[in-house]
Design a protein around this ligand. Structure first.
Ligand code: ATP
Length: 596
């Protein structure tokens, strides 16, 4: 397939504001891709060269891209910089300048194919050592010299990490189901394969090659991270126990970083919640798992928690930031040691346990983790009444935990890879305050600042994620809680995702000054949730024509780089919080003594 076809589809996707149209356009592109290139199209469309967990970085900075465009078009850096100031996008600048060049070029070159593009980018990404920058530039300018202006635009956007199509995993799965699975009903099988492999390209390849049957044969395998299971939330122990059928396994909810460890003999690989490899950050955790897991091959999940090096006391999540580094890991390790609390096992010695009930996984876990000072299974208790649950929660908080996780022990309590469901319910300290819980929201738009805030954004349009429709529904506009530094930082972060109109996966009745591809997530605390005709979250669920809005939102100062936009608080959670608030309100009016 020629790359021009891909570029055309990207252009149409960029122009649409309708999610369905976006899915169909993509489905049509995938339908015409052969077995040999479908995975490559899937990766490129998400701006990568492979799945998140193995993807090599293309990492071409804007400065280099300018030099590249200069080299290919014969223009000087100043001219390119001037055009860039006008367009605000190096891809568009490349398109404009390449168009001028094409007009003056007489000879034709061979058209670029998807394979040409992918293979060259892959080669470039793997080039390292002395003189590698020059070799990289050579490879890229070779591609760019053969590209049409439109192809050039997307090539440059891909290599600089600015594709901004906002095609996330679920949209891709929908398109794959339409193209090869006979319609959206095929989504479930595809989703399961994706959830246990985290590799959309691989799923697409098998789908084209062996059809849905091949996809349904997917099994958990070492080295392919499993997408994490997530918890719903409820705000009273009574509700939790009722929801879980009167019994549950309560566990401490530690405040650290979630790691998924894949042990293959002596080799241990760690993946983050976002499925990135973080093995190098935690050599101590790797060593602990190597020594304390009594299985030759295993996949376990654990919370990696910072501890006080002298007392062993648990420290908050923020302290792990010291471990996010490439250099000086040894020093950081000595100053900021960690403990591991293992809470699930998904695979052991050839057996896939993801579809086994939690009690079985839990007993296996207790059998394979050889506890030590710095590695333990999560503190747990099988609970059958509210009093015990309350006592356990109090103990967890006193021990420095965020709260507890309550897990179903019913027969159907499988590991729901990639899903937030009711088999795990979290109960945290903050739920007991007057305020609603903090929420993580995706930044989908912004409003220009005035006066003191001129030059930066004064407020942001924030959205919750609707899992069912794979879209982002606005829930609040937030301009409070940001320091001047925050505002400058926010501008820098969100501008990388600027797009000319509302993204097709964003539902909004509000017109923002600037729109973004949903990507950046921030934490916000609100005072209450109200019905609102101008916000799209959970529209019509409570009252026709009304959505839900978070009132008096305040940025808590926490950026959420470890989250993708799809990890934002869901609209279903916001709805749950609203209903909860109503219940509390009713409760408090009933409690008040009435005047006689
Ligand atoms: P939060 O912001 O509340 O941590 P989250 O969106 O990161 O939530 P949830 O699924 O809602 O993820 O909560 C589960 C998280 O709690 C896990 O991702 C994990 O990092 C952490 N955790 C700590 N202790 C446990 C435990 N015993 N079992 C499961 N998860 C635990």
């Amino acid at each position: 397939m020629q790359f021009s076809r891909v570029a055309e589809v990207y252009e149409s996707i960029e122009a649409t504001t309708k999610r369905l149209e976006m899915t169909d356009l993509l489905a049509d592109l995938l339908k015409h891709a052969s077995k040999k290139i479908i995975d490559k199209i899937v990766y490129l469309t998400q701006g990568r060269l492979g799945p998140t967990f193995s993807s090599v970085e293309m990492g071409i900075a804007e400065k280099l891209a300018i030099q590249l465009v200069a080299r290919t078009t014969g223009k000087d850096n100043t001219e390119i910089q001037m055009s860039l100031t006008k367009t605000g996008d190096i891809g568009e600048t490349a398109e404009l300048l390449l168009a001028k060049k094409t007009q003056s070029t007489l000879f034709k070159t061979l058209p670029l194919t998807v394979l040409d593009v992918y293979d060259t980018l892959d080669k470039m990404a793997h080039t390292s050592g002395t003189g590698s920058m020059e070799r990289k530039m050579g490879l890229l300018s070779g591609l760019l010299a053969r590209a049409t202006p439109k192809e050039g635009k997307y090539l440059i956007r891909i290599v600089t990490g600015n594709l901004r199509l906002g095609i996330a995993d679920m949209t891709m799965l929908d398109s794959m189901a339409i193209a090869y699975g006979g319609g959206k009903d095929a989504r479930n099988a595809l989703e399961r394969a994706y959830n246990i492999s985290s590799d959309l390209g691989k799923v697409a390849g098998i789908l084209v090659d062996e059809g849905l049957e091949g996809v349904s044969k997917f099994r958990v395998s070492l080295g392919n991270p499993i997408r994490p299971m997530m918890a719903e939330r409820l705000s009273t122990p009574e509700e939790i126990l009722k929801k879980l059928g009167g019994r549950c396994m309560a566990e401490f909810k530690y405040d650290g970083e979630r790691v998924q460890a894949h042990k293959n003999g002596n080799q241990v690989t760690l993946f983050s919640r976002r499925l990135e490899r973080i093995t190098e950050q935690y050599p101590d955790a790797v060593e602990l798992l190597r020594k304390h897991l009594r299985a030759e091959k295993a996949i376990v999940e654990a919370e990696c928690v910072a501890v006080n090096s002298k007392t062993g006391e648990l420290r908050p999540f923020q302290e792990l930031m010291h471990r996010r580094r490439k250099y000086g890991v040894k020093e950081a390790m000595a100053e900021h040691p960690v403990s591991l609390f293992v809470f699930d096992v998904l695979y052991a010695d050839g057996e896939d346990y993801t579809l086994e009930p939690y009690s079985k996984r839990h007993s296996l876990l207790e059998g394979i983790v050889l506890e030590g000072e710095r590695i333990k299974t999560a503190e747990s208790l099988l609970v059958e009444n509210v009093e015990d649950l309350k006592r356990f929660f109090k103990r967890a908080v006193e021990d420095g935990c965020e709260g507890i996780m309550c897990k179903s022990v019913n027969d159907d309590s499988v590991y729901q890879a990639g899903a937030r469901g009711w088999l795990w319910i979290k109960f945290k300290r903050d739920y007991q305050s007057e305020m609603i819980d903090t929420v993580d929201l995706a930044v989908v738009g912004a409003f220009h600042g005035r006066g003191k805030r001129a030059g930066v954004y004064g407020a942001f349009l924030l959205a919750a994620y609707n899992q069912k429709t794979d879209s982002f529904e606005t829930v609040t506009k937030c301009g409070t809680g940001f320091t001047d530094e925050d505002l400058a930082k926010m501008k820098e972060m969100v501008d990388k995702h600027k797009i000319p109109h509302r993204h097709p996966r964003v539902e909004s009745m509000i017109h923002a000054d600037v729109w973004f591809e949903p990507s950046i997530v921030i934490e916000v605390l609100g005072a209450e949730i109200t019905l609102s005709p101008v916000h799209a979250a959970a529209m019509n669920s409570i009252r026709k024509g009304s959505g839900l809005a978070i009132r008096f939102p305040r940025f808590t100062g926490k950026y959420r780089p470890e989250r993708s936009a799809e990890d934002s608080t869901t609209t279903a959670e916001v709805l749950g919080m609203y209903q909860n608030q109503l219940r509390k309100l009713k409760g408090s009016t009933q409690d008040k003594p009435t005047r006689s």
